[in-house]
Design a protein around this ligand. Structure first.
Ligand SMILES: *Cc1c(COP(=O)(O)O)cnc(C)c1O
Length: 425
């Protein structure tokens, strides 16, 4: 094993250090494997109950009428997320698009949307019109209100009660912290907030941005009353195989609204060819529980390695996990850069390129990104990025297999050691 690691540029010193960290993670990893086992069974049961057959993988073209593979897949998603219905399509281009459909399909001029988990994910700012943008909900006369989480990361129930107005039609809850420093919400916390809202106003639609959270726990927000659960197929539920796509699982009423918005009034779910991607959607979902487990192990390993070396990590090494994102705060730009170089050099694709900080649209500082992915932009594959500004934190996520996630972290550490930026104990 050591010889193999050495052939990939990992020194004995670095692998020995990694092994001492790993020795302390056995119990955590065992728990993750048990969750993966539970969720694997859940997915298999969902596929069996929907009677998935080999014909489901056939390609369709044109209008895509009577597309059995597509319709059955949507039934499988509804089974997995325990909702009445689901929309799972390659025509949904990404997570932001799925969320934009869910919102614009269920809101009308004069309605108000209320976020109760603070500022939503960056790309939603333009969807909502928090930052003015063409085609935003604001342009269509939908207003927006927000209740921030309390300093300890929990819901501000009194604030929510006060923010509910007669025109409030939809409440948005973002499960993952995304690229903020707040803790990620657990499904049970989300369930409590939904119960609170519904008890005051049963008519309000509760939508959960589920990105990065799928299969991290044994339950999903639909089981605790969410009317819509929304996410991207190039994150957890695509299992690394889906080449694109998004999903919306929820009540039949909400999902139908989404279908009429995605395709056209009158057409709804009946149209939408599958272009031959069905096998990757099914097989990706089948693999998603173990792929998510691999990414989680990578995140926990990284947290413990860098915590041991004295850096602040969010979540910390022992915290319970509700998504797959790990932040490491280096405090100096060279740390962020070396970390990303290491992740890049561990990739199966594009391992020979060196990532560099660059100006990116929508960011107020240079950003460095590392990804050597089979699917462009896929963040269930091993990837890291960080803005080159204080506190000089890097965000790390993904890994289709645990050995790859482990190699990525070892390579990052090796780079930091070689550049004299950290000293092993
Ligand atoms: C990734 C993400 C999105 C947007 O998904 P894209 O596929 O990048 O458009 C929205 N919300 C959260 C919390 C995310 O992590």
């Amino acid at each position: 094993m050591n010889t193999m690691y050495e052939s990939l540029g990992i020194s004995r010193e670095v692998s020995d250090f990694a092994e001492t960290i790993l020795a302390g993670l056995e119990v955590r990893f065992h728990e993750i494997d048990e969750t993966a086992e539970y969720n694997q069974l859940k997915v298999i049961k969902a596929m069996q109950d929907a009677r998935v057959s080999a014909e489901c993988f056939e390609a369709s073209s044109g209008y895509g009428y009577n597309d059995r593979g597509r319709d059955t897949l949507e039934e499988v998603y509804a089974n997995v997320f325990q909702t009445e219905a689901a929309l799972v399509r390659p025509q949904i281009t990404c997570g932001t698009h799925a969320l934009a459909i869910a919102l614009s399909a269920n809101l009308r001029p004069g309605d108000e949307m209320l976020s109760i988990s603070g500022k939503p994910y960056d790309t939603l700012e333009e969807v909502i019109g928090i930052r003015p943008s063409r085609g935003s909900l604001a342009e269509y006369g939908v207003t927006y209100a927000q209740v921030d989480l309390l300093p300890d990361g929990s819901f501000d129930y009194e604030g929510i009660r006060q923010a509910l107005r007669p025109q409030t039609k939809l409440v948005e809850i973002q499960r993952s912290k995304g690229y903020q420093t707040r803790p990620t919400l657990s499904v049970s916390q989300i369930g409590e907030a939904i119960a609170f809202v519904k008890q005051l106003r049963p008519d309000i639609i509760c939508m959960v941005d589920n990105c990065y959270g799928e299969f991290v726990e044994r339950i999903e927000p639909g089981e605790l009353g969410a009317d819509m659960v929304v996410g991207s197929l190039i994150k957890n539920p695509g299992g690394g195989l889906a080449p694109a796509g998004g999903y919306i699982a929820g009540t039949l009423a909400c999902v139908e609204q989404c279908a009429f918005r995605l395709t056209s009034p009158g057409l709804g779910r009946e149209v939408g060819a599958n272009f031959g991607v069905m096998q990757s959607f099914y097989q990706g979902l089948f693999l998603a529980p173990t792929v998510t487990a691999a990414a989680l192990k990578g995140a926990i390993f990284a947290a413990n390695v860098y915590e041991k070396l004295g850096f602040a990590v969010v979540p910390n090494g022992t915290e319970e996990r509700h998504d797959i994102i790990q932040a490491v705060e280096f405090g100096f730009p060279e740390g962020v850069i070396a970390f990303c170089e290491g992740i890049q050099s561990a990739a199966p694709v594009d391992s020979y390129v060196t990532p560099e900080p660059w100006a990116m649209p929508g960011y107020d500082s240079d950003v460095i990104m590392a990804a050597g992915a089979f699917v462009q932009g896929s963040s269930i594959e091993l990837s890291a990025d960080g803005p080159i500004k204080p506190p000089y934190a890097v965000y790390f996520q993904g890994g289709l297999t645990w050995p790859h996630a482990k190699l990525g972290i070892l390579k990052s550490l090796q780079r930091l050691v070689e550049k004299g930026l950290v000293q092993l104990p």
